[in-house]
Ligand binder design. Structure first.
Ligand SMILES: O=P(O)(O)O[C@H]1O[C@H](CO)[C@@H](O)[C@H]1O
Ligand SMILES: O=c1cc[nH]c(=O)[nH]1
Length: 237
């Protein structure tokens, strides 16, 4: 048992999918995993372990934002020996090349969070980066499944409501979209020498105001989940 997860040692697989939303964790467990068992209800941050294609996979809700995912990622790695962490989250499109329902694989995660400065001090602008073997596996999985995926730099923003940020400049420098956790996940994976990747689905477009319907969200969420699960099992030792 860790501070925020009530699982026993061995209850959590070495590969874990990480949605922000606890109900998405439940949806993934109930619709994609065989024989899922729930190992965590602390704070309703549901966690499940089941089998996908015969291999153990867990799914743990992380909540919203860098402070919250940092708690779950740290406890999963340090207390439960998790080695592969796959965020499955929603993302607001920013680039004109990105459309709602697209799947985005986060090659790197720019951030306005103070975690970089708090970790390295001033003067170092560390670039949180995905694990290359997982990135490659996710891209190959998306091709195999015929789910087009865009790969690139995303923004992990500290604030959902943020009027001050210069979004156009970030778009000009190649940022595809904005979410709120991946930079911390990549930073912690580097710190603890484990592997991490963010696979995201574009739920809305921040610049155009376009939204997805509930049905479209379900389909595009399923695409993201399939890519993440295929990545989980293809990179399992
Ligand atoms: O859909 P999830 O995984 O929660 O991710 C995105 O949605 C939340 C904001 O609505 C933030 O957590 C953001 O990163
Ligand atoms: O952080 C997020 C996630 C989804 N959509 C947004 O606009 N922002």
């Amino acid at each position: 048992m860790s501070t925020h997860i009530e699982a026993q040692t061995g209850d959590i697989a070495s590969t874990v999918l990480l949605p922000g939303d606890p109900l998405r964790a439940q949806y993934i467990a109930e619709n994609f995993l065989e024989n899922p068992t729930r190992y965590n209800t602390v704070r309703n941050a549901f966690g499940y372990t089941g089998k996908y294609q015969g291999q153990d996979v867990s799914v743990q809700a992380t909540g919203m934002g860098i402070p919250s995912i940092s708690i779950y990622a740290t406890e999963l790695i340090q207390e439960y020996g998790v080695k592969k962490l796959l965020r499955v989250g929603t993302c607001g499109g920013m680039s004109p090349d990105i459309k709602v329902r697209d799947v985005v694989i986060a090659q790197s995660a720019t951030t306005d969070s103070s975690i970089i400065q708090n970790t390295f001090g001033s003067g170092i602008y560390y670039a949180p980066t995905a694990d290359f073997s997982m990135l490659m596996a996710a891209y190959q999985a998306s091709q195999k499944l015929d789910i087009p995926a865009k790969v690139g730099n995303i923004l992990s923003e500290d604030r959902f409501y943020n009027d001050e940020i210069d979004r156009q400049k970030l778009i000009d420098y190649g940022i595809l979209g904005s979410e709120m956790e991946t930079a911390a996940l990549y930073l912690l994976a580097a710190k603890y020498h484990v592997q991490a990747l963010g696979v995201l689905t574009i739920s809305n477009h921040i610049m155009t105001g376009e939204e997805t319907t509930a049905q479209e969200r379900e389909t595009s969420f399923n695409d993201m989940i399939k890519v993440a699960l295929e990545t989980a099992i293809s990179t399992e030792q």
